[in-house]
Design a protein around this ligand. Structure first.
Ligand code: ADP
Ligand code: MG
Length: 232
């Protein structure tokens, strides 16, 4: 079943056409990546899906409903996520659920522990490093109950070891619960490791140049992923 459908969408900023006639579909339960160099329009696509921007042409549908310019229908972790400075880490994580009228405190606590932030559960954002804040925003996005999760370079501020750990965790969550995930990265290895399908964006002209179906099973063996004990 097609969950998200982008149909012939274009977006200009003044004379600069960043997205030209883009079409792509995401099915329920898929893990799809958008891969492209810096400035190719990846975050713009997410801002369009998240309703922060409206397309100049074309239609964005979620579960068949047109959502052009409509905020709040998807769970969106922006490239530079913001946490509320006056709320604790736990409160920040729960916020995404509260906005949708569902709160699962236990699950939030469990996820914060799993992200290695157990000692910071009642801390405030200014007490955390950039990479820690990024993990908080990541958990908040994962726990929001909307039908699709958009993650814009969610691991960019993490050191290599933590990134591997988070990638592996995300895959485990995906394989267990099958959320629908749309993931933005400029990292080819990351896209290949995580996704079923990859849309590759060109810089100029701005449009999808190719769609790849990842043809091999993911390299989930222990040689490629450092053993868990190194990551604790
Ligand atoms: P990416 O996420 O792939 O690095 P972006 O979507 O952030 O790329 O940006 C794509 C292009 O659109 C860039 O040239 C950028 O300067 C431009 N752009 C993005 N957002 C805006 C905006 N709000 N106003 C004007 N130009 C923008
Ligand atoms: Mg970006």
């Amino acid at each position: 079943m097609t969950l998200l459908s982008i149909e012939n969408v274009s977006k200009r900023f003044g004379q600069n056409e960043v997205i030209h006639n883009l079409s792509l579909q995401v099915k329920q339960g898929e893990f799809v990546s958008i891969l492209g160099p810096s400035g190719s329009g990846k975050s713009t696509i997410f801002n369009l899906i998240g309703g922060l921007l409206s397309p100049d042409e074309g239609t964005i549908r979620l579960q068949n409903e047109k959502i052009n310019g409509k905020r709040g229908s998807v769970s969106y972790m922006p490239q530079t996520p913001s946490l509320l400075p006056w709320r604790t880490i736990l409160q920040n994580v729960i916020l995404g659920q509260e906005l949708q009228g569902e709160t699962n405190r236990e699950r939030a606590q469990e996820m914060i522990q799993k992200a290695g932030l157990g000692d910071y559960i009642h801390s405030y954002p200014h007490e955390l490093s950039g990479g820690m804040k990024q993990r908080v925003a990541f958990i908040r996005a994962l726990l929001s109950p909307q039908p699709i999760i958009l993650l814009d370079e969610p691991f960019s501020a993490l050191d290599e070891l933590t990134r591997l750990d988070m990638q592996k965790w995300l895959l485990d969550i995906w394989e267990t619960h099958r959320p629908t995930i749309l993931f933005v990265t400029h990292n080819i290895e990351e896209a290949l490791f995580l996704s079923d399908r990859i849309f590759v964006l060109a810089n100029r002209p701005a449009h999808v140049i190719s769609e790849l179906t990842v043809p091999f099973s993911r390299p989930r063996n222990e040689e490629l992923l450092l053993e868990d004990r190194f990551l604790e």
